[in-house]
Write a protein that binds this ligand. Structure first.
Ligand SMILES: O=C(O)c1cccc(C(=O)CC[C@H]2O[C@@H](n3cnc4c(=O)[nH]cnc43)[C@H](O)[C@@H]2O)c1
Length: 278
């Protein structure tokens, strides 16, 4: 079980924003031979984003069995379109891919799924979390051994859109139901942290619970493009002096993919039914 030190909720939940973002499809009711309001449902375009194919391969395999392939990494599921975007590892690869694809494809919702490290030694490996806010952990300048981030050297103003303070916050409140996973603060780095000094610096400055190499780029791109989003991470390791033998990548991939399937299923199956029933 995870043990949380903060209030972890997304705030008020409303069905409308996500579904309004989708396109309406009018279906003919063959029993009465006419179009009726209740026969509208919302067709969504969902983008599933991962750094590597390996991390979401079980989900892709499941999707291939359930959904109709429309092309390479594009599927139709219950009328909705689900696409897979593999960005490559790290902020640069992620930002480039999303900078090209988000404006071109304009998904109604984007989910980033990946494994991650945690700073919280009381959190179990294999736990899934949703990321509430992200911060960039190594973008800035060194000043005689001291790290200064972009805000501290005045190249970026705290609160300058899309930042809230120094953080890229997921303020989306349009969930049909609250996310099933605890919310966490993520820090994004180019280099997996593996020294006491780097780990202490990140903890003291940003109070992160999760470390990844892509989260901030995903939050930034979705906030700028105004695409509702969710970042799911499953903990594969503790952020500590490097000992790869302790990483549980298999467990993390398994639990991540179960969570991802549950999330997407709830969006494309259960809520379509709920909406068509109204
Ligand atoms: O060095 C290796 O042998 C090695 C083998 C497989 C994977 C790695 C990684 O460093 C994975 C980076 C990848 O996974 C995310 N991730 C997982 N744990 C962490 C972490 O503690 N700090 C930062 N990122 C992490 C990350 O988002 C990358 O996509 C190495």
């Amino acid at each position: 079980m995870l043990n949380f030190r903060k209030n972890t909720t997304f705030g008020p939940i409303s069905l409308k924003p996500v579904w309004r973002a989708g396109k309406k499809l009018q279906l003919r009711d063959s029993s009465i031979g006419e179009y009726r309001t209740k026969d509208y449902f919302y067709i969504m375009k969902l983008a599933i984003v991962a750094a590597t194919r390996l991390e979401i391969q079980p989900f892709i395999t499941q999707l291939s069995a359930i959904a109709t392939p429309l092309g390479a990494d594009v599927f139709q599921w219950n009328g909705h379109t689900v696409t897979i975007w593999i960005t490559g590892i790290g902020p640069m690869h992620t930002a480039f891919t999303l900078g090209q694809r988000l404006p071109a494809w304009q998904p109604d919702f984007a989910v980033q799924a990946g494994i991650a490290g945690t700073f919280r030694h009381d959190w179990e490996l294999g736990s899934v979390v949703a990321i509430r806010r992200e911060v960039s952990g190594d973008l800035g300048a060194e000043d005689n051994g001291q790290f200064l981030d972009l805000f501290e050297i005045g190249l970026c103003q705290p609160g300058e859109p899309p930042y809230q303070g120094k953080y890229l916050v997921n303020g989306f409140t349009g969930w049909p139901s609250p996310p099933a996973w605890p919310l966490a603060t993520g820090v994004t780095v180019n280099t997996v942290s593996g020294s006491v000094s780097t780990i202490s610096r990140l903890e003291a400055r940003y109070q992160p619970e999760i470390e990844s190499m892509e989260g901030a780029a995903f939050h930034y791109a979705c906030l700028v493009e105004k695409v509702p989003f969710l970042q799911l991470r499953c903990i594969s390791n503790y952020v500590e002096v490097r000992d790869k033998s302790k990483w549980e990548i298999g467990l993390a991939v398994k639990n991540l993919n179960n969570a991802l399937l549950q999330l997407i299923q709830s969006m494309v199956v259960e809520n379509t039914n709920a909406i068509t029933a109204n």
